[in-house]
Write a protein that binds this ligand. Structure first.
Ligand code: HEM
Length: 408
């Protein structure tokens, strides 16, 4: 295979849709074979660096000379129209778009909410939530059931309610709005309205918690800020909104795809049914295999950097493709195979470095509980349509399935 000099424009225009739900687009392979870092053109016409190599991707995500600030010129935002881009650039950044000390100051106070101890305390609540939705599935005599509506969307929505301390009486409102906000069939106006209503709701929730802080994430943040004399209402609302937007659609799509991936590989499913002790490793493998947030890990260089044979100049955009890095044969043997016994924990599906997913252990816990419980309680679960007929969101920023008809 011809090795090109990194920096040559290789004639691939991004984004490229995933044709097959289980494999990256063919162009990804071609790019990686040419060089671990290559120059590509975005649909906007701008150029950016495309990072295919696992080693190079990790190095860039850990390197503070690459910024996450979406407002900086050269930041490679794509898949959005000009008006959305303008709006993104004019908004105050959330933690995910901050750098350096500002980022650490926003992230440090909430790290404690995602420790092993806190998650162990949440586990029984997550189990209850999952069991309740599976009870409803089993109680219905109408089949097939759409797993996206019956389980994948409501579980993470209610887990976030638990995390944020949303009162039980508001759960239905919260769940119906989050469903509209992430549904691809919603019009842009419906989505925008749903997000605006959720933001207004979170604003009001935090106001209520400020007068009566409870023993939950925001109760603790408010108490700490009061002690330090730094009560920051807008900052807390933004934090709540980020946890909701970062944690809902991602986990929902991983539930759906994980189920499809396991049903499509019955020998792998049999391994975890035989020994649920294998489920945590299976979750890591499914995260690697689907890499649903492929290009979320984008950056812009703030200095000239030479890496992986590429001379990246200050102001140039860099896209670390987690889907490509997670299929790098130098790191994962037979990367195209789904192998739940692989031990894939060093995948980049949660990113790497200072912005590595804050909610990763929560997502892992949810996925483990869902897969274990679903296949234990409905052992004959199967797809109600051929896998080729599933409406995968191949062109979306977060990869997933809109509908997943299942039966048993
Ligand atoms: C399977 C589910 C999930 C996936 C695949 C995922 C993926 C990611 C990735 C790739 C990043 C890094 C972005 C970057 O480097 O620019 C990230 C960051 C983040 N995620 Fe997740 N995520 C998931 C679930 C969650 C959950 C459940 C929560 C919280 C409830 C969450 C909260 C966050 C936050 C707050 C950040 C920003 C961290 C920072 O900037 O320091 N995520 N996620």
């Amino acid at each position: 295979m011809r090795k090109s000099v990194a920096g040559e424009l290789v004639g691939v225009e991004l984004p490229v849709e995933r044709g097959c739900p289980f494999a990256p687009p063919a162009e990804y392979e071609r790019l990686r074979e040419q060089a671990p870092i290559s120059k590509v053109r975005l649909v906007s016409g701008a150029e950016a660096w495309w990072v295919s190599g696992h080693e190079e991707g990790r190095a860039i995500l850990a390197d503070r000379r690459f910024s996450s600030d979406r407002r900086k010129d050269g930041f490679p935002i794509f898949n959005v129209d000009a008006a959305t881009l303008q709006q993104l650039r004019s908004q105050a950044p959330l933690m995910i778009g901050m750098d350096g000390a500002e980022h650490s100051a926003a992230r440090r106070p909430v790290i404690g909410e995602f420790t092993v101890k806190r998650l162990a305390a949440l586990r029984p609540r997550i189990q209850d939530i999952v069991d309740r939705f599976i009870d409803d599935m089993l109680a219905t005599d109408q089949r097939p059931v759409d797993l996206v509506q019956a389980l994948s969307l409501p579980v993470p929505s209610l887990v976030i309610c638990e995390l944020l301390g949303v009162p039980y009486t508001d759960h239905d409102f919260f769940q119906s709005r989050t469903a509209v906000a992430v549904r691809r069939t919603s019009s842009p106006q419906e989505r925008q309205r749903a997000f605006a209503e959720l933001r207004a709701y979170l604003d009001d929730l935090i106001t209520r918690k400020e007068s009566e802080p409870g023993d939950d994430l925001f109760g603790r943040q408010i108490a700490r800020q009061r002690q330090e004399g730094t009560l920051d209402h807008a900052g807390l609302v933004s934090m709540a909104f980020l946890l909701l937007t970062a944690g809902h659609e991602t986990t929902a799509n991983m539930i759906s795809l994980g189920v499809v991936g396991l049903l499509n590989h019955p020998e792998q499913l049999a391994l975890i049914k035989a020994d649920p002790g294998r489920t945590p490793m299976a979750v890591e493998e499914l995260l690697r295999y689907f890499s649903i947030t492929d290009t979320v890990t984008s950056r812009v260089a703030t200095e000239d950097v030479r890496i992986g044979g590429a001379n990246i100049k200050a102001g140039e955009g860099v896209i670390v493709s987690s889907l490509s890095a997670n299929r790098d044969p130098a790191v994962f043997k037979n990367p195209a195979e789904l192998d739940v016994e692989r031990g894939a924990r060093h995948h980049l599906a949660f990113g790497f470095g200072p912005h590595q997913c804050l909610g990763q252990n929560l997502a892992r816990t949810e996925l483990q509980i869902v897969f274990d419980t679903l296949f234990r309680r409905i052992p004959t679960l199967r797809l109600a349509v051929p896998v080729e007929d599933l409406p995968f969101k191949t062109d979306a920023v977060i990869y997933g399935a809109d509908e997943l008809p299942v039966t048993w």
